[in-house]
Ligand binder design. Structure first.
Ligand SMILES: *Cc1c(COP(=O)(O)O)cnc(C)c1O
Length: 381
């Protein structure tokens, strides 16, 4: 029998309307920032998730950098970030001169261990940046309480967390700021793209200025002032309307995308959750307060060697599975700056976690093939 086609880790989704909307944006004669489709994206997020203000950015990285500017993070400040995350979560604040204080994950949940965050707070702590890994919520109530009591900002890295909830509240809408990504590996995509949700009304006016090169151009375009100029520092964080046109087509079919991703996630779960623990391999941890948005399905192998064996054997079977974040506290840039605390749970997820293929157009049969191949590997190793 011929080998079946390889199963990629990800395949960027194209519904079809994206190209229609891009053509429409081009035909409108305005493809710079804050055009028709960007405004539609803003309205979608504000209406569907109740964000006080939504601002499209060129990436989640940019949304986080805008957040750091907005909070006036500067040298001498400390920001608490999980070590098991993408570089940008920490880099956005390091770029402003902050000292990054890395938090460990929970033992059986890649998200930061909220119960051990308070011990990391000092008089210099300015922000906590929880990451909702795999789209599953961190325990936000204790974090909100901590931040209120210490006068610290709460910024959600919701890059993976679109359409996911904590006790019924939309992720990205709980902290004073929330950052989303529309990178092609996320649930809803625009190639590169992001969004900053501004939930604290006091931050809105300045966010618009920082996003527009430090000018009050947004207020000018709304007719609130009769000329615009340089009123603050800032940068250019707004995407072309072509990016928003692609995204808006995806937002229109968000429910379809989510339905398919969640069905695939459940299909993995149904075939793996009962069996993997017998091989000493863990399946995703779904906290009781969190919804699952089908962003990714991961398993946690027994060791680094075991993980490498599993990935290589799947590769042999034509299946592209991948590991994920490497501990930021021991990265080339940071290891000399780290305070030396061991973060063993983060290290374990860095060494042992494997992500399985997941994309909208993945078929049930492909999902079953991944499960069979994985179970086959585990029976041998
Ligand atoms: C993808 C991701 C980012 C970065 O998003 P970009 O849009 O590529 O800048 C940041 N944080 C987390 C947790 C992510 O998963």
């Amino acid at each position: 029998m011929a080998n079946p086609a390889p199963i990629p880790f990800n395949k960027p989704y194209l519904h079809g309307r994206e190209l229609v909307y891009i053509a429409e944006a081009v035909a409108s004669g305005k493809i710079s920032g804050d055009g028709l489709f960007t405004q539609r994206c803003h309205a979608f997020f504000e209406q569907r998730y109740g964000f006080h203000k939504a601002l499209m950015t060129t990436s989640c990285t940019d949304a986080l950098e805008l957040a750091a500017l907005l909070l006036d993070i500067r040298e001498g400040d400390e920001v608490i970030v999980p070590s098991f995350t993408f570089v940008s979560t920490a880099n956005a604040f390091a770029l402003r001169g902050a000292r990054i204080v890395f938090a460990d994950s929970e033992a059986h949940n890649p998200n930061l261990d909220v119960s051990r965050v308070e011990a990391l707070i000092t008089p210099r702590t300015r922000a906590i940046v929880p990451v909702h890994y795999a789209g599953m919520a961190c325990d936000m109530d204790p974090l909100l309480e901590l931040c209120a009591r210490h006068g610290i900002a709460l910024v959600e890295d919701a890059a993976q967390a679109i359409d996911s909830f904590y006790k019924g509240r939309a992720l990205g809408g709980i902290g004073s700021l929330g950052a989303f990504s529309f990178h092609e590996t996320k649930n809803v995509i625009a190639g590169e793209g992001g969004l900053l949700a501004i939930n604290d009304p006091a931050l809105v006016a300045r966010a618009e200025i920082l996003r527009e090169k430090g000018t009050n151009r947004s207020a000018f375009f709304r007719g609130e002032i009769d000329k615009y100029g340089w009123v603050d520092v800032g940068s250019s964080f707004l995407p072309s309307d072509i990016v928003s046109a692609y995204l808006y087509a995806q937002l229109e079919v968000l429910d379809q995308i989510q339905l398919r991703r969640k069905a695939l996630w459940q299909r993995y779960w149904d075939q793996l959750a009962g069996v993997l623990p017998h091989h000493g391999v863990e399946v995703p941890y779904v906290p009781r307060w969190a919804t699952n948005n089908g962003h990714l399905f991961y398993v946690v192998c027994r060791s680094l060697e075991h993980r490498d064996t599993v990935i290589a054997a799947l590769r042999q079977a034509g299946i592209h599975a991948v590991f994920h974040y490497q501990s930021l506290h021991s990265s080339a840039y940071f290891h000399d700056r780290h305070d030396g605390r061991a973060l063993p749970h983060c290290d374990r997820f860095a060494n042992c976690l494997v992500r399985l293929p997941m994309y909208v157009e993945m078929s049930d049969a492909q999902c079953d093939r991944v499960c069979e191949a994985l179970l086959d590997v585990l029976r041998q190793h």
